[in-house]
Design a protein around this ligand. Structure first.
Ligand code: ADP
Length: 738
């Protein structure tokens, strides 16, 4: 019973009961027995949707009740806001909850007084680099989805950050939450933690494979599906899920349910939603149709793009797609309508499996291979990933059990999928720290923030990582470490004398800016080559070719187009363009050019949907590129300042233009709250060219430029400090289209 949990705040048992939690799930009870509320370290490896969050909450609340501060580390920004919203329920008991995902240069002083803080591992790493003093006050740290230490990109940051936090703060309680993995014991050894390794689930999960006319489940049973002639497999499973179960006499025993379909690309997600809308449509009643029409309208209101239209069309028929290219507003509307059971099927890329809580009766893993550029071709997904997707099946309290199926197109594939995924154990998690790109960043940061001041000290610090726990070859880490020290020294980020290591001023700046040292070296190189007026395209291409920006891929046939563009605008590039005969380098250069032209288009006021069409991306991707460019240009500005270069104003202009998506002449107008790129252009074209002009402007002219939207016009005039912003009595312009 929840009243028997030791060391938690006295209001918590009642609060839990009010939220429908009367007793702990067995793994939660085990966690309490292991001392999670009494400050013990714990690694909990349990299936998706089995109540990991409550384990974290118990640990954090108990720690806060003892006067401490808790930090919850999430792997994705999207999860940070979700967890923050979840923990805000505790504010009614006087707790102060903060979230920090923003830019990487501050020490987040305002977080100092918080009781619970949610942040991504990158953010925490940067807080450590910036020497945030309040980190020493931490008493409890929770690492969510800790199996992601296996991820080559982001795993090392989580690993090093945990090691640093544990060193800064003696006696810090560490709670690590993981999906079910093969080697949770190694994680526990690394973190000196109790191990909780369980495969208990609140609702039964039956895994299986669909082949021919039937679902083949792992218990050996088969279910015949009601497939129509010519219907594809995924459509057939979705339809079968929608059909209510009836008794002999036709009365409904159980309502139909929803499906979640995992596919391997955004394009496939969109295409599948379009097709599945046709299946769902005939199962909707008039009430549901009306409610869905409203959601579709809200989706169209979020943005005026093709993606938005496609999504709204699918949603009107009860289907949706979900991927990282969607804007946040779209994602939230889809998730909510799916939880409300209005949307009956969502086709998604695996981002949805990474924690967003959207259970459904059936999960269909349609694609079990994914394109992988580095491996060159389609590669099978890991068992861990497939099991995490499958774990989304079944809603406790609503479904008798969940079903999760893969889709096989031949008898051989049916057997293969059973072997490979249904019966298989998830693979062990391995540290990816001993790779150069990871160590480049983390070694510089470790020295710069004072965790080590000699080569030996550095190696000793690295001993506290998961990598050291797992490896048998000590030599390997030493070797890479020496290579990396040499690289950092060559580029002027580190200095070495009589065995001591110190970061140079430049090195400190790079570490605080959270740049990959290789990005910094590339930027410095390019800026050295610039005169005092580099063009925006030149600057955008420079930051786009650093390892800190994901480039756009060239589609087939685009090589030629961008090669031509590269020669046309060769004089604008900063640093020397590789020759066409250096295949890989040249290809990378062109991809960066493509990304740069996208940014230039945006900063030249090209329409959003023209850009999404031109580059084959979603509106969320434009945002992503713009944010990355703005951060990197800000960093370039700091580096240029540090090095005393003359191009700082040009960099600043390139940055503000891309942030606001406008040409130079609109920069003043967009600084008025409520004035975005489109409104600024209309005002400017109406002869109102800057803030000062807007403050004094004729109100009828402003109203006409804002297409007769009275309340918008009033708000904007108020924001800019107009003498009399009221629009009462101002005549609308009949020619301005509303
Ligand atoms: P995950 O392990 O994927 O983080 P969650 O923590 O999100 O899973 O839990 C899944 C769901 O189970 C949540 O809706 C949560 O409210 C519910 N839940 C967790 N613990 C209990 C419990 N002891 N009793 C009833 N419901 C619970």
């Amino acid at each position: 019973d929840v009243a028997d949990i030791p060391a938690i705040p006295e209001w918590l048992p009642d609060h839990l009961r009010e939220s429908g939690i009367d007793s702990l799930y067995p793994p939660q009870a085990e966690a309490v027995e292991a001392g999670v509320t009494e400050g013990e370290n714990l690694v909990a490896s349990i299936p998706t949707a089995s109540g990991k969050t409550l384990i974290a909450e118990l640990a954090m609340l108990a720690s806060v009740a003892r006067g401490g501060t808790a930090l919850y580390i999430v792997p994705l920004r999207a999860l940070a806001s979700e967890k923050h919203a979840e923990f805000e329920q505790f504010e009614q008991y006087g707790l102060d909850v903060g979230v920090s995902t923003g830019n990487y240069e501050s020490e987040g002083g305002w977080l100092a007084g918080k009781d619970i803080i949610v942040a991504t591992s990158e953010k925490v790493d940067s807080l450590v680099r910036n020497g945030a003093p309040w980190l020493e006050e931490l008493t409890c740290v929770v690492a969510d989805e800790v199996h992601l230490v296996d991820d080559g990109e982001r795993g090392p940051t989580l690993e090093v950050t945990l090691a640093k936090l544990r060193r800064i703060t003696a006696g810090l309680q560490t709670v690590a939450l993981s999906a079910t993995i093969g080697n949770a014991g190694e994680l526990a050894e690394w973190l000196d933690a109790e191990l909780l390794d369980s495969d208990w689930r609140p609702i039964d999960l039956k895994k299986g494979v669909h082949y021919g006319q039937a679902l083949h489940l792992e218990d050996g049973s088969q279910q015949e599906l009601r497939v129509r002639d010519g219907e594809k497999q995924t459509a057939a499973v979705v339809r079968d899920t929608l059909e209510p179960d009836r008794d002999e006499d036709g009365t409904i025993r159980e309502e139909g349910g929803s499906s979640l379909v995992f596919v391997n690309s955004r394009r496939n997600a969109e295409a599948a939603a379009g097709r599945l809308a046709g299946v769902v449509s005939e199962y909707l009643d008039p009430e549901e149709r009306a409610a869905l029409a409203e959601v579709a309208e809200e989706i169209r209101d979020v943005s005026d793009t093709e993606t938005s239209d496609d999504l709204a069309d699918a949603v009107a028929d009860g289907a949706a797609f979900h991927h990282a290219g969607l804007s946040r507003g779209h994602r939230e509307l889809v998730e909510e309508a799916f939880r409300d059971r209005l949307i009956k099927v969502v086709s998604a890329t695996p981002t949805l499996a990474a924690g967003v809580n959207t259970p459904s009766r059936r999960v269909i893993v349609r694609d079990w291979r994914r394109y992988d550029g580095t491996a060159g071709g389609m590669q099978p997904l890991s068992v861990l990933e497939v099991h995490q997707m499958m774990g989304r099946a079944g809603r406790p309290g609503r479904d008798p059990y969940g079903e999760a199926v893969l889709v096989a197109s031949s008898h051989d594939e049916l057997d293969e999928l059973f072997e490979r995924y249904v019966w298989a154990e998830p693979e062990p998690v391995r540290s990816k720290l001993a790779a150069e790109p990871a160590l480049r960043t983390h070694i510089l940061a470790t020295v710069a923030s004072g965790f080590a001041s000699t080569r030996e000290g550095l190696l000793e610090f690295l001993e506290a990582t998961l990598y050291a726990t797992q490896t048998d070859e000590r030599g390997r880490l030493e070797e890479v470490t020496d290579d990396v020290i040499a690289y950092l020294e060559r580029n002027g980020f580190l200095e070495r004398d009589d065995g001591g290591l110190t970061a140079t001023n430049l090195g400190h700046t790079v570490s605080r800016l959270y740049l990959d040292p290789m990005s910094a070296a590339e930027i410095i190189d390019g800026l050295d080559d610039a005169d005092d007026r580099p063009t925006v395209l030149g600057l955008y291409q420079l930051v786009a070719r650093t390892p800190d920006m994901y480039e756009l891929y060239l589609r087939s046939g685009e090589d030629e187009e961008y090669t031509m563009l590269a020669y046309e605008r060769e004089s604008e590039f900063l640093g020397s363009m590789p020759s066409e005969f250096e295949d890989d380098r040249f290809e990378d250069w062109l991809s960066a050019l493509k990304t740069a032209r996208l940014l230039e288009d945006w900063a030249s006021e090209r329409e959003e949907d023209e850009i999404t069409d031109r580059y084959g991306i979603g509106p969320g991707d434009i945002r992503g590129k713009v944010e990355a460019a703005s951060w990197l240009l800000g960093a370039a500005e700091s580096l240029a300042g540090e090095l005393g270069l003359d191009c700082t104003p040009a960099i600043r202009e390139a940055r503000t233009r891309v942030e606001d998506g406008v040409r130079e002449e609109l920069l003043d107008l967009v600084s008025v709250r409520g004035v975005g790129r489109k409104r600024a252009r209309r005002l400017y074209d109406a002869g109102i060219e800057d803030r000062a002009a807007l403050r004094e402007a004729d109100k009828a002219a402003v109203l006409a430029a804002l297409r007769n939207r009275r309340s918008t016009a009033e708000t904007i005039l108020e924001n800019v400090g107009h003498r009399a912003p009221s629009m009462d009595g101002v005549e609308p312009d009949p020619d301005a289209s509303p």
